[in-house]
Design a protein around this ligand. Sequence first.
Ligand SMILES: [Zn+2]
Length: 171
Amino acid sequence: MSLLPILEYPDAALRKTAAPVAVERFADPAFQRLLDDMFQTMYEAPGIGLASTQVDVFERFMVIDVTETRDQPLVFVNPTIRERSSDLRVHTEGCLSIPGVFADVTRADGILVEAFDRHGARFELGVDGLLATCVQHELDHLDGKLFIDYLSPLKRDRALKKLEKLRKSRE
Ligand SMILES: [Zn+2]
C-alpha cells in the first residue's frame, strides 16, 4: 500500500464532477489497490472520509470510517442518496483538502444511501448522525462541491483567510 497525495483547495481538480465507476473496474486489481491506498491515506491523515476526487481520480467512489477504533471501513461506489430526513444536524466540519479550517454545516440528520461495495454488490444503508454527515460531505466531493460552499460569504472569507494564514506559517 502507499500514501496518495491529497489535493488541496483551491486546486481546480476539486471542482470536477466524477464519472460513474464502470462495472469492469471491480475486477481490476488496480482499482482494489487504489481503495486500499485511499484507506491508508485517510487513516494516516487522519480523517474520517476520503473521496476519489481528493486524490485526483474522477470516478464516483469514496471511503469512510467514522469509528474511533478505526475498524469499520466502508466503501461507497456510485453512491446515491435515496431519502433524506427532514430532521437536520449541525456539525463542525473539516476537510483533508482544506486543512485547518472548520465550520458548522447543516445537513440532513438521516439518509438512505444506495451504493455498491468494493466487489460490486449493491447495498442500501440507512445512516444517521456523524456517518450521515460524512456520507453527504464525501458525496459532494464527487460533484465538485466543498463544505465551504455552504458558508455565508462572510464566513467563507474568514475561513479562507485562516487557511492562507496557516499556509504561510507552514512555509
Ligand atoms: Zn472533504
